[in-house]
Design a protein around this ligand. Structure first.
Ligand code: G6P
Length: 608
C-alpha cells in the first residue's frame, strides 16, 4: 500500500528518497514520484509504474536537492496513472504526499473549485494540497496552513508537505495512518515505515494520531492540538541487510526457507524446563488472564487463517470457547461485549487498518484485555494492546505471507498452553506440546526437502483456471491458506472447502480439469477424508494428496501423493502449510507473475 519518505538534510537527499522508495516497494504500489526544493524552487518527477523507471528519469535530469518528499501510490481514488501519482502539487508552491483516504473529499473539492482551484487528478489527495495552499495564502505560515487544513479533513491520513518559500522545512502529520520520524546527525527524515529509513538511521519516533511535526535539518517540533508534545525515541534493531534479498530469486522463496530459523527465534527464551512461560505476553499477563472465560480472535487475510487454526488448539488445550472473525466484519457487527473475553489481534504488520479499528471497537464496547500477536515491534497494534507476543519472524517483504503465518501459528499454540494452565491443564499435556514445538524446526527442514518434487508438480497447474483445496478439522484452515497463496501469486481461482462439505456443492465443479489438493495428515479424520477423496476420484478429478505416507491412496495417473513423512499431530498444521507455500510459489514462477508484488495487492493494508 502507499509509502511515504521525506528528508531534510545538508546533503543531496534524492538518492535517500529513491532508496527509501525501493525499500517501500514490497508494500505494493502502482505509481511513484518525488518533489524536492532545489534553490528555492520546487521540482518534481512522477511515473506511472515502478520506482526503477522514476530513478532512470531522475538520472537523466541530474536532479539533486537537500529537502524532498517521495511516494509510492496504491490506487484508491482514481486510476494508477501519471496525473494521480503523488506528489500532488498546488500552484507550483505546495507539494504533498499522502497515505490514507479523505472521506469528505467531494464536498471539499466543490468548495475549492468555487475558490478557483483547478483539479488535475482524480485523487482525494488533491483537495488536501489545495486546502493547504489556500490557508498558506491566508497565514503565510506553512505549519499553520497544514494545521488549519487538517481540521476540515475527515478520514485517515499520513502526509508530508514542502514549500519552496520555506526551504529547509518539512511538515508532516498523521491521523490513522502510520508515520515515523527518523533522527539522523544534522538531518531528519519522515517515513510511513521504518524499513525505508534503515540505511540512514536506527533512531525513530513514532508519531501518534493528531501529531503534526515541523522537521528541520537540526531540529523538529511535534505538536498535538496546537500544544507541544514529547514522544519517546526508539532504537530499532532492524539491520539494513535484513530486508535484502541476497542471492535468492524472490523474497517469498527466501522467506519460505527462513522458516526453521524464524520458528527457532519465536521459541527462543519462551520455554523453560519444558514449560511455556506466561511472561512472554508481558509482565501483567497473570493478572490479565486470570478471569478470562473466552477468546475472540480478530484478523485479516493470512492472519485470519492463522486465527482459525489457533481456535482448534485453544478449545482443545485451554478448554475455553474461541471465536475468530475477519476484522472488517467485526468492526461493524456490533458484537456483544464480554469483559472476560480476551481479544487477540493477529497481524504481521501491526498496521492493518481494519484490524486496528476492530481492536479499537472491542475496547470501546467493553471487551476484556487485548493481546497482539505481531511481527513488527513498533507497530500501532502492538502499541495499542495490553499484552504482546512478538513473532520474531524477521522482516517479511513478499506480499504473500509465509514465515509470518507459521510463526503466528506457533504463537497461538503457545497461547493455548498458557490459557490452558489457567484452566488446570495437565502438565503432561504441556510437556507433550513443548516436545512437539522443540522438534518443529527440524521437521520444517525435512519438509523443505520436498522442494524439487513440488517444483515438478507445479507444471500440472500452469494451465489451470481453478483449483479446489480440501482439508478437515484443524487442517481446513490450512487448506484455506493454501488456496489463498495460490490465488494471490498465481492468479488461479482457488477455493478451500472442508472435505465433508464437498457433496453439498463443490462436487459439481469436479471434472478432469479440476485439480483437487487435499491436506491429509494421518489423524482421526483421515479415514473420513479418504472417503471424500474417493468421491472426487469417482468423478475423474485430479487429486494431489499431501499425506504422511504414500499408502494413503493408490497412486494413479490422476492421483498423486506427496509424502511428508512422520509428522507430530500437534504441529502438523504448521508443517502442512509449507508444501502449499512452495506449490503456490512454483506455479507463480511458471506463470511468470510478479511473485513478491502480485498485481493489485499490498503487503500492509493501511486503508479500510
Ligand atoms: C494484506 C497482505 C496479506 C496479509 C493481510 C493482513 O492483504 O497482502 O498477506 O495477510 O494484509 O495483514 P496483517 O499485516 O494484518 O497480517
Amino acid at each position: 500500500m502507499c509509502g511515504i519518505i521525506g528528508a531534510v538534510a545538508e546533503r543531496d537527499v534524492v538518492p535517500i528518497l529513491i532508496e527509501g522508495l525501493k525499500r517501500l516497494e514490497y508494500r505494493g504500489y502502482d505509481s511513484a514520484g518525488l518533489a524536492v526544493i532545489d534553490q528555492q524552487s520546487l521540482k518534481s518527477k512522477k511515473v506511472s509504474g515502478k520506482v526503477a523507471k522514476l530513478e532512470q528519469e531522475i538520472k537523466d535530469t541530474l536532479l539533486s536537492a537537500p529537502t524532498g518528499i517521495a511516494h509510492t501510490r496504491w490506487a484508491t481514488h482514481g486510476k494508477a496513472n501519471y496525473e494521480n501519482a503523488h506528489p500532488q502539487i498546488s500552484k507550483e508552491l505546495i507539494a504533498l504526499v499522502h497515505n490514507g483516504i479523505v472521506e469528505n473529499y467531494s464536498k471539499l473539492r466543490l468548495q475549492l473549485e468555487q475558490w478557483g482551484y483547478e483539479f488535475n487528478s482524480k485523487t482525494d489527495t488533491e483537495v488536501i494540497v489545495h486546502l493547504i495552499h489556500y490557508h498558506f495564502n491566508q497565514s503565510n505560515d506553512l505549519l499553520t496552513a497544514v494545521r488549519t487544513s487538517l481540521q476540515s479533513i475527515e478520514g485517515t491520513y499520513a502526509i508530508a508537505v514542502i514549500n519552496p518559500e520555506v526551504p529547509g522545512h518539512l511538515i508532516a502529520a498523521r491521523h490513522g495512518s502510520p508515520l515515523v520520524i527518523g533522527i539522523g546527525i544534522g538531518e531528519h527524515f519522515i517515513a510511513s515505515d521504518i524499513a525505508a529509513l534503515i540505511p540512514v538511521t536506527q533512531k525513530f519516533i513514532f508519531l501518534e494520531d493528531g501529531d503534526i511535526v515541523d522537521l528541520q535539518r537540526n531540529s523538529f517540533k511535534i505538536t498535538n492540538s496546537g500544544n507541544p508534545v514529547k514522544r519517546a525515541i526508539h532504537i530499532s534493531q532492524l539491520q539494513a541487510n535484513a530486508v535484502e534479498r541476497g542471492q535468492y530469486r524472490h523474497y517469498m522463496y527466501k522467506e519460505i526457507f527462513e522458516q526453521p530459523q524464524a520458528i527457532k527465534n519465536t521459541i527462543e527464551n519462551r520455554i523453560h524446563n519444558s514449560s511455556i512461560l506466561e511472561t512472554i505476553f508481558g509482565p501483567s499477563t497473570h493478572k490479565l488472564l486470570k478471569n478470562i472465560n473466552s477468546v475472540q480472535i480478530i484478523a485479516c487475510g493470512t492472519s485470519y487463517h492463522a486465527g482459525l487454526t489457533g481456535r482448534y488448539w485453544i478449545e482443545k488445550f485451554a478448554k475455553i470457547p474461541c471465536t475468530v472473525e475477519i476484522a472488517s466484519e467485526f468492526r461493524y457487527r456490533n458484537p456483544l461485549p464480554n469483559s472476560q473475553t480476551l481479544v487477540v489481534t493477529l497481524s504481521q504488520s501491526g498496521e492493518t487498518a481494519d484490524t486496528l479499528a476492530a481492536l479499537n471497537e472491542a475496547k470501546q464496547l467493553g471487551f476484556g484485555p487485548s493481546l497482539a500477536i505481531c511481527n513488527v515491534p513498533e507497530s500501532a497494534i502492538v502499541r495499542m494492546s495490553d499484552m504482546v507476543l512478538m513473532t520474531h519472524a524477521g522482516p517479511e517483504i513478499g506480499v504473500a505471507s509465509t514465515k509470518a503465518f507459521t510463526t503466528q501459528l506457533l504463537s497461538l499454540l503457545m497461547l493455548a498452553v498458557v490459557l490452558g494452565k489457567h484452566n488446570n491443564m495437565d502438565h503432561k499435556i504441556e510437556h507433550r506440546i513443548v516436545d512437539a514445538i522443540n522438534i518443529l524446526p527440524a521437521q520444517i527442514e525435512n519438509v523443505l526437502k520436498l522442494n524439487s518434487i513440488i517444483e515438478q508438480l507445479a507444471g500440472d497447474f500452469a494451465d489451470k483456471q481453478h483449483a479446489l483445496f480440501l482439508g478437515r478439522g484443524i487442517h481446513y484452515p490450512i487448506a484455506m491458506e493454501g488456496a489463498l497463496k495460490l490465488k494471490e501469486i498465481s492468479y488461479i481461482h482457488a477455493e478451500a472447502y472442508p472435505a465433508g462439505e464437498l457433496k453439498h456443492g463443490p462436487l459439481a465443479l469436479v471434472d478432469s480439469k479440476m485439480p483437487v489438493i487435499a491436506v491429509a495428515p494421518n489423524n482421526i479424520l483421515q479415514e473420513k477424508l479418504k472417503s471424500n477423496l474417493q468421491e472426487v476420484q469417482a468423478r475423474g478429478g485430479q487429486l494431489y494428496i499431501f499425506a504422511n505416507h504414500r499408502a494413503i491412496m493408490q497412486e494413479l495417473d490422476y492421483v498423486k501423493v506427496i509424502e511428508l513423512g512422520e509428522v507430530d499431530d500437534i504441529i502438523s498444521p504448521i508443517i502442512y502449510s509449507i508444501p502449499l507455500q512452495l506449490l503456490a510459489y512454483y506455479v507463480a514462477l511458471i506463470k511468470g507473475t510478479d511473485v513478491d508484488k502480485p498485481r493489485n495487492l499490498a503487503k500492509s493494508v493501511t486503508v479500510e
